[in-house]
Design a protein around this ligand. Structure first.
Ligand code: UGA
Length: 438
């Protein structure tokens, strides 16, 4: 049954969710205070790189089921469900998540909220936030038990729309059966398609998301910790990952060792979980996540150490960083390991040039001090060292015979290159987590 919904906050999560909800047949109003984002969305442009999203956005605009507003108006009052998808970034100068955008979203929605309508938070939040927002809503609305639920989102950048339409599972934290019934109705097509639907309390739903991201970060740092041991013992962390991954209890996913994790989620979410556990008086429970963060950041130092080992000093040396995005198929450079390495090399005196197929515009805004080159062949010219930091297809499939750096030396920061092929083309190849004989 088609329902009327609003989606509040049209960033990565909100835009994808709004399009997915329209695609399954609901009438969707997207609310976004930033007029230039609305101007872009109405033209069918999501404003960030996400395969297939612009196309589906255009298709849903054409159905008339998807509309955008800068602020709530009377049409919001008709909605049965309001999904809140605003950002919860890391607070400046602290590890905690900033939940102020959620509070403003609730404040702006309250005057247009029907008593029987449901507010559903989708943002990643510290456990306990939903209870606080329920209290805020109750004060703003003047009734004691407003309907607020939590429905964490597990989408990954690069496969966001597919992840929204065919999630591994749906988790809904609710306080009453009416909220559950509304959520079952809105997700009916997915439930009918067999997606597991888990009903929990609010705190569990909030914590599920933090726990999932903490587990994924832990898996990556675990294999990167093994890489540190492999590097000093002559073992090979990529073979090790393959060998332990055959054990189904361990699994082979998220065990790729390399320059580590980045992006707008994993780094900030583990820090927010540490901060929240400390606030709750159980800081020790996740204090190991501090190590997970440190192992992750040490991988960047390892690349600098390998560069220095080869070039003796980085002073005045030209270093090409292949990749700026935190992962392929994304133009997101938030907390990107590739950029982190670029900045460390620059700080060590190197002349750094960064190439990325699509993410350079974001780098230009944040780091005007870095030299950027869009043309891959030109980027190689004169390089004393090359670091593959984001495993874009362009780099994985690059024929090393077609590029001409000043010095044929490459560090494979993601363990994706065909080492023999690069060596045959005259390159010295080093990699993370294994020793390569050149
Ligand atoms: C992550 C989670 O995977 C999603 O489930 C979650 O919904 C999302 O955060 C979120 O909280 O919104 P995402 O940030 O898009 O998704 O990226 P991932 O695919 O998880 O990759 C994160 C980082 O880990 C990337 O920098 C990637 O290069 C790195 N990574 C991944 C590794 O270094 N090794 C691996 O084996 C896997």
């Amino acid at each position: 049954m088609a329902m009327k919904i609003t989606v509040i906050g049209l960033g990565y999560l909100g835009t994808t969710h709004a399009v997915a909800m329209a695609k399954v047949g609901h009438q969707v109003i997207g609310i976004e205070p930033n007029q230039s984002r609305i101007d872009s969305l109405v033209q069918g442009k999501a404003g960030f790189f996400e395969p297939g999203l612009d196309q589906e956005l255009k298709a849903q605009l054409a159905t008339g089921r998807l509309r955008f507003r800068q602020a709530h108006d009377e049409s919001s009052r008709e909605a049965d469900i309001h999904f809140i998808c605003v950002g919860t970034p890391q607070t400046a100068g602290s590890m905690a998540a900033d939940t102020s955008y959620l509070e403003s979203a609730i404040r702006d929605l309250a005057p247009f909220l029907r008593e029987d309508a449901l507010v559903v938070g989708k943002s990643t939040v510290p456990v306990g936030t939903a209870a606080k927002l329920t209290a805020q809503l109750s004060t703003a609305m003047g009734f004691t038990s407003p309907n607020l639920a939590w429905n964490p989102e597990f989408l990954r950048e690069g496969t966001a729309l597919e992840d929204s339409l065919n999630p591994d599972r749906l988790v809904v934290g609710v306080t009453n059966s009416r909220s559950e019934a509304l959520l079952r109705a809105v997700f009916d097509p997915m439930i009918k398609a067999g997606v597991p639907f888990l009903v929990t309390d609010l705190a569990t739903a909030e914590l599920v998301k933090a726990a999932a991201n903490a587990f994924l970060a832990t898996k990556i740092s675990f294999i990167n910790a093994m890489a540190e041991i492999a590097e000093v013992s002559g073992a090979d962390a990529t073979q090790l990952a393959k060998a332990i991954g055959y054990d189904e209890r361990i699994g082979n996913k998220f065990l790729r060792n390399g320059v580590g994790f980045g992006g707008g989620c994993l780094p900030k979410d583990i820090r927010a979980l540490i901060a929240r556990a400390e606030e709750l008086g159980v800081g020790e429970s996740v204090s190991y996540l501090n190590e997970i963060d440190k192992i992750n950041l040490r991988r960047r130092d390892r690349v600098i150490a390998l560069l220095t080992q080869e070039l003796v000093s980085l002073q005045g040396k030209r270093v090409l960083i292949l990749g700026a995005a935190f992962k392929p198929d994304s133009d997101d450079v938030r907390d990107s390991p590739a950029l982190g390495i670029a900045l460390l090399a620059k700080a060590a005196g190197a002349e750094v040039v960064v190439h990325d197929p699509i993410a350079l515009h974001g780098v230009a805004l944040k780091h005007p001090e870095l030299e950027l080159e869009q043309d891959l062949a030109k980027a190689f010219v004169g390089a004393d060292a090359v670091v593959l930091a984001t495993e874009w297809k362009e780099y994985r499939e690059l024929d090393p015979k077609t590029v001409n750096p000043g010095n044929k030396f490459i560090i494979d920061g993601r363990n994706v290159l065909d080492v023999a092929q690069w060596q045959q083309a005259g390159f010295k190849v080093l990699a993370l987590g294994r020793t390569i004989s050149n």
